[in-house]
Write a protein that binds this ligand. Structure first.
Ligand SMILES: Nc1ncnc2c1ncn2[C@@H]1O[C@H](COP(=O)(O)OP(=O)(O)OP(=O)(O)O)[C@@H](O)[C@H]1O
Ligand SMILES: [Mg+2]
Length: 333
């Protein structure tokens, strides 16, 4: 057994340490993920939330060591249970780990299929590229999953991408993430092309598959309601940093970071009363935000004090299993 595997405890599926990812642009480097430390627990559903541009997709792409240019992982380690540090594996080992250990449904899954190959052929291509011996069994598995997800599997497997609706392609994306029996499944906005009812039913199926297969699931969504319904734990990101992390019900009922509170207040489905929804004030982070030495949320924060402008608050465990990055964490109940 690889000695490095011992670094990660038996309850952890993915352990992220000191992760920094930057995008090199003509305006300068964007630190899209900053000093992220995170343990994804086995068998749980972890929700990742945060405004657009907060680094959610970049974080999960980095977990697969698949950040695309002009992005690069500047530092950090990604220990995957049973695999080792994704940053240190050979290209071939990484390729194998993706799909068989970590299955990702890209944010743009509905556009990531090969337009020139029938879906069934793409299942076979995936199987061949991962050395699957019994391709018939793989097709059967794809068919079962598609039916489970409410699709006419025979039709979908013989179809080209353009013959499917956006919602159908998203379900096909979920099938691809699961068909090689990945243990960790990452869904990046995987149901946004679906109407509310279909979204609810697909998420219900995702939850069933998660339980039946004993999966570890990471769910990125803008929908706090989805997080509340499905996720065991929730990670809140702001400007590339994790600002709060903990058990979903605790975070949603007593958010400790002012940003989490603002997010929750902004969403009527959670606050319960559409008239009481209060949009987050200020504008989302830009290049100048990242350059600030202090808390990146300080310029939008109702509690900001002088110390908040001076240094970056570290993510600390404030209660068992609850992490918050805020100097004013004790200044409110
Ligand atoms: N290819 C790229 N080139 C330059 N900057 C990028 C690129 N991809 C992402 N970024 C920047 O990195 C930051 C994080 O982006 P990311 O896509 O990870 O956010 P996100 O939380 O997934 O947002 P969304 O909710 O809109 O999907 C943003 O500031 C974004 O502008
Ligand atoms: Mg994204």
């Amino acid at each position: 057994m690889n000695a490095e595997l011992q670094l990660i405890d038996a309850q952890t599926a993915v352990q992220v340490r000191g992760l920094n990812v930057v995008y090199e642009t003509t305006q300068g480097d964007i630190p899209a993920v900053q000093n992220v430390n995170l343990d994804i627990r086995k068998g749980q559903i972890t929700g990742i939330i945060g405004e657009s541009g907060s680094g959610k997709s970049t974080l999960v792409m980095a977990m697969m060591n698949a950040v695309a240019k002009p992005g690069r992982v500047a530092s950090g380690s990604i220990e995957v249970s049973g695999v080792g540090d994704m940053m240190k594996l050979s290209t071939e080992q990484q390729r194998r780990a993706r799909s068989t250990e970590l299955g990702l449904v890209f944010q743009a899954a509905q556009n990531s299929l090969n337009p020139l190959r029938r879906i069934g052929h793409q299942v076979l291509d995936l199987g061949r590229s991962h050395g699957v011996k019994d391709l018939r069994a793989l097709l059967r598995k794809a068919k079962d999953l598609l039916e489970r997800l409410g699709l006419d599997a025979d039709r979908v497997l013989t179809a080209y991408q353009h013959e499917l609706s956006g919602g159908m392609r998203q379900r096909v994306g979920i099938m691809f993430a699961l068909v090689l029996d990945a243990k960790v499944v990452i869904l990046d906005e995987a149901t946004t092309a679906l109407d509310m009812l279909s979204q609810a039913s697909v998420l219900q199926i995702v939850r069933e598959l998660h339980e039946e297969r004993g999966l570890t699931t990471i769910l990125i969504t803008h929908d706090m309601g989805v997080v509340g319904d499905l996720a065991d734990r929730v990670v809140v990101m702001y400007a590339g940093c994790i600002v709060e992390e903990g058990v979903t019900q605790e975070v949603l009922t007593s958010p400790k970071h002012p940003y989490t509170r603002g997010l929750i207040r902004a969403i009527p489905r959670i606050s319960g009363d559409i008239d009481k929804a209060v949009p987050l004030s200020g504008s989302p982070p830009d290049m100048n935000t990242y350059k600030q030495p202090g808390c990146l949320f300080a310029d939008r924060c109702p509690l900001a004090a002088p110390e908040c402008q001076q240094s970056r608050p570290p993510l600390l465990e404030v209660e068992t299993g609850r992490h918050v990055a805020c100097f004013r964490v004790n200044d409110h109940a």
